[in-house]
Design a protein. Structure first.
Ligand SMILES: *Cc1c(COP(=O)(O)O)cnc(C)c1O
Length: 470
């Protein structure tokens, strides 16, 4: 069946616009749950094909109720960017051009755009210009890639070639990590054979930061190959580890320092917030996301490694039909686990080109100011407490402050449900220090002050009847 591409592309274009235009006044969360969506998609495997435009229309007709307003202006759930139209358009071109962007010979344009974007990124984030950047699917894989490079490098100092000889019989690696690190960092350790349980978890303060005194105590025990994992932007509080104190101490003990900065690393691009990351440039590797604060569509993350050689050796795929690594120009596949891959650099290139250094700084600063405004509005209402120091864009809210813990847990969960049902704004629940909070992340490019005020009103309106009935 040969459809005119125009017919299928234009259907997709039409539906994409209709979806985006309906967001502001539509529900923020899906109106159909997973079971309902399974029913909507369920049908026997088709024997005969269907024309392309009909397939696209049918997809849209089925899918809509199961979509969330993640790209909307009052969606504060998890930590999610809003897939900016410029990034989406570039991403459509990535798919339309269908480049296998693994190496620079097969698709020179994809590789060149990525190489230039890597340099821009290091400049924007003020990281060492000699660092290498792998364009991966998100911070989870970025953590994995960075820690693979770390594993390579620290074992090499013990004369162990982990890529060739594996971990059986290798010298043990000591891993120190804060107790409030993101769950995906523990998965990265699990993938790498470092174990998510055999690490030393350092206690943290009320905001989730490692205390320098605790670290100094543990660091005395470091000997041999070791990795220290720090965090820029704790998922619930937005807090930053005290890099300027921790990193020199970790380096003095001979450790590789990795920083998970999935969203928090972007504070570095904003002059008024960059101080939160002071000293972070002394680390050895950094993981961050494109699909959070840079607003690219899913999925995009960056694995940044100071020792480009360790990065490359940890990820290299060698085959007779691929260019030899040592002499080659930069191949995107040298820095990521995949060989065949989409041209992930293009949406990042487009977003940086579109916003510019100033636009990115302004956006990050605006989101942080709006988060502070939201917290100020909420804390004035009786029974609402802000649990975190709002240093960045994350706001952790507790309802029923002053009541028994279990009661406040219950009231918090009910307020979250009422807010979500109301449909004006979306925020999810999370646990912090074993207690329920409503967690809001201000990180979507279209969000304005008016949206924040509407969201604050909606949260307060959800809370009042629950409070008054309690
Ligand atoms: C989101 C996040 C991750 C995981 O990133 P993905 O893009 O979902 O893979 C890791 N660490 C932190 C701090 C995050 O916020």
């Amino acid at each position: 069946m040969a459809d005119d591409p125009d017919d299928v592309f234009s259907r997709a274009h039409h539906h994409a616009l209709a979806f985006r235009r309906g967001l502001d006044d539509g529900p923020q969360r899906p109106t159909a749950d997973y079971r309902v969506m399974l029913d909507r998609f369920a049908q026997a495997l088709p024997d005969a094909g269907q024309p392309g435009p009909a397939v696209i229309d049918d997809l849209m007709a089925r899918i809509r109720p199961g979509l969330a307003a993640m790209v909307g202006r009052r969606f504060f759930g998890w930590v999610m960017g809003a897939s900016h139209p410029v990034g989406v358009a570039a991403d459509w071109m990535v798919s339309a051009f269908g480049q296998n962007a693994g190496n620079h010979v097969a698709s020179p344009a994809s590789a060149a755009a990525e190489a230039v974007t890597a340099g821009w990124l290091l400049d924007l984030l003020s990281l060492p210009r000699e660092a290498s950047v792998g364009f991966v699917t998100g911070a989870t894989v970025a953590n994995f890639v960075c820690l693979a490079a770390a594993r390579k490098a620290v074992l090499r100092t013990a004369d162990w070639d982990v890529e060739a000889d594996g971990l059986f019989g290798a010298p043990p690696i000591t891993v120190l990590i804060g107790a409030d690190a993101h769950a995906t960092v523990f998965s990265a350790l699990q993938f790498l054979g470092l174990g998510s349980n055999r690490v030393l978890r350092l206690p943290t303060d009320a905001q989730g930061r490692i205390r320098p005194a605790d670290f100094a105590e543990r660091a005395k025990a470091i000997s041999g190959p070791s990795i220290v994992i720090l965090q820029a932007g704790q998922i619930s509080t937005g807090a930053f580890d005290p890099f300027a104190e921790l990193i020199p101490a970790a380096k003095a003990a001979g450790a590789w320092v990795h920083v998970d900065g999935a969203f928090g690393l972007w504070a570095r691009a904003a002059p008024n917030y960059a101080a939160l990351t002071h000293g972070i440039e002394g680390a050895d590797s950094w993981a961050t996301d494109g699909h959070k604060w840079l607003q690219t569509p899913y999925d995009l993350g960056f694995a940044i490694v100071r020792d480009a050689e360790a990065h490359r050796r940890a990820m290299t795929i060698a085959a007779s039909y691929l260019p030899a690594v040592a002499e080659s120009e930069r191949d995107p596949s040298h820095y990521v686990p995949e060989l065949s891959r989409r041209a992930r650099g293009l949406p990042a290139y487009a977003m940086i080109r579109h916003l510019g250094r100033k636009g990115i700084a302004d956006m990050v600063e605006r989101h942080c100011r709006l988060a502070a405004r939201l917290a100020d509005r909420l804390r004035q209402e009786e029974g609402i407490a802000i649990v975190n120091d709002v240093v960045l864009n994350q706001v952790a809210v507790r309802f029923g402050a002053g009541l028994a813990d279990e009661t406040a847990d219950e009231l918090t969960r009910r307020t979250i449900a009422a807010l979500q049902a109301g449909g004006v704004a979306f925020a999810g629940g999370a646990q912090w220090r074993g207690r329920w909070i409503m967690r809001l992340s201000v990180i979507s490019f279209p969000t304005t002050e008016a949206d924040i005020d509407r969201a604050a009103d909606a949260i307060i309106a959800a809370w009042r009847p629950i409070r008054d009935a309690a």
